[in-house]
Design a binder for this molecule. Structure first.
Ligand SMILES: *[C@@H]1O[C@H](CO)[C@@H](O)[C@H](O)[C@H]1NC(C)=O
Length: 225
């Protein structure tokens, strides 16, 4: 595993990494971790983070193709992603969902356009400058609750872990679900991916080592509640 010197991170922008990396490979639904890439879109970029936040590969990783299946998940239930190996870099997690436009299916939709809303995040913990910790360190799964008021339909779900040890590197994955339930709400504050980040956000272009940041600003929009 290669780490960058702390002093570099403030000036470095989107430093590519050469190292073995964790991947989000499986959907967790109904308390079960499903087979790798059963509901997660496979991609050709096996071992590298996506570092260009403006690239089409930032939507759902580079070389993404259709997943074999669409999982049914009830609004208000817990779903999540499992990774192949533990998260090995300090960083934060965002989870976005996108409703599949009419005329398309979760299998055909690539996630382009102003369609994404944030459903969950796992940020850094700061305390005014004496320490910064990352609750996502070493985890092998991340779960969250699908908002119970969310209207039924086909959705894409996208998870990213933003690694902050070298200023910024990214690993993304996406899966397909079909949400069912009695909700009627559709989020209105939507973002494009790519487009949601410039890479210059205070929570992305950050030196997490010295001086210790007194606060941390999670990148992206607020969680839709
Ligand atoms: C999850 O459980 C629901 C019943 O609440 C079922 O309809 C659905 O098919 C299950 N999803 C998967 C992927 O097993």
């Amino acid at each position: 595993m290669k780490f960058f010197a702390a002093a570099l991170s403030l000036a470095a922008v989107l430093v590519p990494q050469v190292a073995a990396h964790y991947r989000w490979t499986s959907l967790i639904v109904n308390g079960t971790t499903t087979t790798a890439y059963q509901y997660v879109k496979p991609y050709t970029n096996i071992n590298s983070p996506v570092t260009d936040v403006s690239s089409t590969g930032f939507t759902c990783n580079i070389g993404a193709s259709s997943a074999p299946g669409i999982a049914w998940a009830k609004a208000g239930s817990v779903i999540g992603f499992a990774s192949d190996i533990p998260i090995s870099h300090p960083g934060v997690i965002n989870v976005y969902m996108a409703k599949v436009p009419s005329g398309q299916t979760a299998a055909s939709f690539t996630g382009t356009g102003n369609v994404w809303f944030k459903v969950s995040q796992l940020s850094a913990v700061t305390n005014g400058g004496t320490s910064i910790t990352f609750p996502a360190d070493s985890i092998t799964s991340y779960t969250f609750t699908i908002p119970s008021k969310l209207a039924p339909g086909d959705y894409l779900v996208r998870i990213e872990h933003i690694a902050l040890h070298g200023a910024s590197t990214f690993g993304g994955a996406q899966f397909y679900i079909h949400v069912f339930g009695t909700g009627t709400s559709n989020p209105t504050s939507l973002v494009n991916i790519p487009g949601v980040y410039t890479g210059n956000e205070p929570g992305i272009l950050i030196n997490i080592y010295w001086p210790i940041p007194p606060t941390y600003t999670q990148p992206g929009p607020a969680v839709w509640a």
